[in-house]
Design a protein around this ligand. Structure first.
Ligand code: NI
Ligand code: MN
Length: 252
């Protein structure tokens, strides 16, 4: 009887209690408005482009409750960095960005920083991040030089994703599938300051990814979008577009 349990039932019990496939099946994405979101897997949390308190649409977000192991900043514009110092102090996270952005943050008193530039990789506790080209500009909130803007390709060994940062559509995106087979991508879609949704659809095809999370829309008047129209355009192109409500967590 006990032999039967150990050889037959126990492996099933262990499998259902600790299913390594299921445990790694999803990354959790929490949207904090504009281009700020966190992605969590393997017990670690990456927070991207912290801009919450100045965003009127994100008033419901409990900034004091945000935790992070890493904060990744794509460029120096205020709508990507406004809450970086406070959240770096609050969370104790390592801040990863361009060399110039991290130097500037260092002068503001942020202690744990890792400066990079496009083309470079960095090993995280739960994966690897690669800095990739973004066609945009990058100056700090005080007007000083912010180096090159960038996007990030993150690989975990289980799931891979790309975050474009602020960028125009660029042929450089064609390189991304050579580095990683993407499970999902976070793309700017708001137009005016970045690519709009039509170019984001072309970007999704260039990076060979059918699951997209849209960011950098609605926050300011010039980047307001028609949700229905944009979702239909993605759907007509055979691409799933997620526009999670601010504060909501989705699994990808
Ligand atoms: Ni920008
Ligand atoms: Mn921006």
């Amino acid at each position: 009887m006990w032999e039967t349990f150990i050889y037959k039932a126990l492996p099933c019990v262990v499998y259902f209690c600790y299913d390594p496939l299921k445990m790694n099946a999803f990354m959790k994405l929490t949207y904090y408005g504009h281009s700020c979101f966190a992605i969590q897997w393997g017990g670690k949390k990456l927070l991207f482009d912290p801009f919450i308190r100045p965003n009127g649409l994100a008033k419901g977000v409990d900034v004091k409750g945000i935790e992070a192991d890493y904060i990744l900043v794509t460029h120096g514009h205020a709508d990507h960095i406004a809450d970086c110092k406070e959240l770096a102090e609050q969370t104790g996270a390592l801040v990863i960005s361009s060399f110039e952005v991290t130097q500037w943050l260092g002068k503001q008193g942020v202690k744990k920083v890792h400066g990079m530039n496009t083309g470079g990789k960095f090993k995280l506790d739960n994966g690897t991040v690669k800095c990739v080209v973004a066609h945009h500009s990058s100056s700090m909130p005080d007007g000083s030089y912010g180096g090159n803007p960038m996007g990030y390709v993150v690989t975990s060994g289980e799931k891979n994703f790309y975050y474009s940062g602020d960028t125009a559509l660029t042929m450089d995106m064609e390189l991304i599938p050579r580095w990683a087979k993407l499970d999902f991508a976070i793309l700017c879609i708001g137009d005016t300051f970045t690519m709009g949704y039509e170019d984001a659809i072309l970007a999704a095809k260039m990076i060979r990814c059918n699951t997209i999370v849209g960011v950098h829309y609605d926050t300011f008047e010039p980047i307001k979008i028609d949700h229905q129209k944009v979702k239909e355009a993605f759907s007509d192109a055979g691409i799933t577009l997620h526009l999670p409500p601010i504060g909501k967590t989705i699994e990808l």
